[in-house]
Design a protein around this ligand. Structure first.
Ligand SMILES: Cc1cc2nc3c(=O)[nH]c(=O)nc-3n(C[C@H](O)[C@H](O)[C@H](O)COP(=O)(O)OP(=O)(O)OC[C@H]3O[C@@H](n4cnc5c(N)ncnc54)[C@H](O)[C@@H]3O)c2cc1C
Length: 476
């Protein structure tokens, strides 16, 4: 059953995770002001699923239960599902900046495919256990964070070669009832305000890395799990129109000899397929990154055009402003077009779900991650210094100076100063504040580094076919 936003918040109150921010234990996550923008952002994924106008985008019929579910918990059963997922992420992120819950969708689809493959290879029974878990998430309309990125230690070494054996999360014990795991997952989006943690391996493994080839799910308040989180967005800041309302926390998750029962374990030592689980997640997730940053791009385009207009420069008539806005559109929509292509060229896996085309998924992510800096340059250039120099809303309202500020800072006669400053503050918030830096870092690193996407493009692109073509045409 679909939860309302209020039911989501209430369901968080029923959990008791160990969360620290700046060294202090958080008493109640949904009531903590530093996390409020994050809870608000995830709440939108619940709110939109209940709106009739978004029903087609935000919900789907589960092929496992036949019941209506939030699309963020849906297994893709067609190319159309892949496309809808992309549209859904853009829709959510143009409202919230980053709605975070899509990571869960990507992990569920990767696990659906990989548990099936592991069972085929090893005669294990992970898929059926995964289906039970999936049904649980879908029916209760839960949200899960996805903990893939390990601390990784020395980047030139494999997990078993590290000076400390716990720098990648690993299995330290197993018996008839389950496994025990130890280590840390180093960067986990939205973790404090989720119900569950889904753990995935971060890379391909070798036989010596067997204990590191592990995937499972645990409730967020499982014994031995501790979260060290950052705040979400810029809570309480009057000059932050977006990120005081919506934001994203990231957390380190410590696993201190945590017990996981077998019915929640989806990979435990089958190192040969750890890499395919990582790769499948990355392929789904990079399309989500494309949709998410297209949503941010929508804000950048709209706010840049609006501010130029308020400044008295018509973006369609002032040559260089027109060129710059056109370039912004080019960057946003070329990456998004790769997401669309990845969905349209998506393929059915052996398990029966659909996965996006990996070449276009990675190209779109690469474009988005590397163009963000050029997009911010264009925004700063078109906006001018007011972007970081706007008086705070309190100053505009303050009797001694407010009226004069409003008078002198007006540009076009027919556009109120408040309009100009509000739009400038939005652009500062998302491109030049602490959150602006954050948005550039999430764009380049979130979902994998540019190098990781280039490697995948080279692995998956059919270069031999192109070489044959060149040989045929040239007669070589
Ligand atoms: C805001 C944000 C949210 C995130 N949310 C999540 C989340 O919810 N869940 C999750 O699991 N992860 C999450 N991540 C982590 C993200 O996937 C990683 O940041 C990304 O994969 C890069 O890994 P890293 O940060 O460890 O960087 P590093 O691996 O340290 O990479 C730094 C540089 O070193 C290069 N490099 C690394 N290893 C090698 C090597 N062996 N050889 C050559 N070059 C190398 C990289 O290409 C890159 O250029 C998030 C990241 C951010 C910024």
């Amino acid at each position: 059953m679909l939860k309302t936003p209020e039911e989501y918040v209430q369901s968080l109150r029923e959990l008791d995770p160990v969360v620290y921010i700046r060294g202090k234990r958080i008493e109640s996550v949904p009531d903590e002001p530093l996390l409020e923008p994050g809870v608000n952002a995830v709440s939108v994924t619940y709110e939109f699923a209940l709106l009739p106008e978004y029903a087609d985008t935000m919900t789907a019929v589960s092929h496992v239960t036949g019941r209506k579910v939030n699309r963020l918990l849906h297994i893709n059963t067609s190319q159309n599902d892949l496309l809808k997922k992309l549209e859904m992420v853009r829709l959510l992120c143009r409202e919230t900046g980053c709605a975070q819950r899509y990571l869960c969708h990507d992990a569920l689809n990767a696990l659906y495919e990989t548990t099936h493959n592991v069972d085929l290879h090893f005669g294990t029974e992970y898929h059926v256990k995964f289906l039970t878990y999936l049904e649980y998430l879908q029916d209760a309309d839960l949200t899960a964070s996805v903990a893939m990125t390990d601390a990784k230690g020395d980047r030139s070494k494999r997990p078993h070669e590290q000076h400390d054996p716990d720098l990648y999360l690993r299995i330290v014990g197993r018996d008839d009832s389950g496994i025990t795991v130890r280590g840390i997952k180093a960067i986990v989006t939205g973790a404090p305000y989720t119900h569950e943690i889904i753990v995935l391996p971060t890379r391909s493994m070798t036989a010596e890395d067997q204990d590191y080839a592990v995937s499972f799910a645990v409730p967020i308040d499982t014994e031995g799990v501790e979260l060290v989180s950052r705040q979400a967005g810029r809570p309480g800041e009057s000059g932050a129109p977006l990120t005081s309302r919506y934001g994203q926390a990231t957390a380190q998750i410590l696993f201190d000899d945590v017990f996981v029962p077998w019915d929640r374990v989806f990979l435990a030592g089958e190192w040969e397929l750890a890499g395919s689980l990582t790769e499948s997640f990355a392929t789904h997730h990079r399309v989500s990154c494309i949709g998410a940053r297209a949503g941010l791009g929508d804000m950048l385009i709209g706010a840049s055009a609006a501010l130029s207009e308020a400044n008295g420069l018509d973006p369609e008539k002032t040559g260089h402003i027109r060129d710059k806005i056109a370039d912004l559109i080019k960057y946003v929509e070329s990456s998004y077009a790769c997401g669309v292509t990845a969905a349209v060229f998506g393929k059915e896996t052996r398990s029966g779900n659909f996965i996006p085309d990996p070449v276009y998924s990675n190209i779109g992510k690469l474009l988005q991650g590397t163009h963000i800096y050029e997009m911010f340059r264009i925004v700063h250039d078109t906006a001018g210094g007011i972007l970081v120099a706007s008086p705070y809303p309190e100053d505009i309202e303050s009797p001694p100076v407010g009226e004069r500020l409003a008078r002198y800072l007006q540009c076009r006669e027919d556009v109120p100063t408040d309009y100009r400053l509000s739009v400038a503050r939005l652009l500062e918030d998302i491109t030049a504040s602490y959150q602006g830096g954050w948005y550039s870092v999430i764009s380049i690193s979130g979902g994998g580094s540019p190098e990781a996407t280039r490697l995948q493009i080279m692995r998956k692109y059919d270069i031999d076919e192109r070489k044959s073509l060149a040989e045929k045409i040239s007669g070589a």
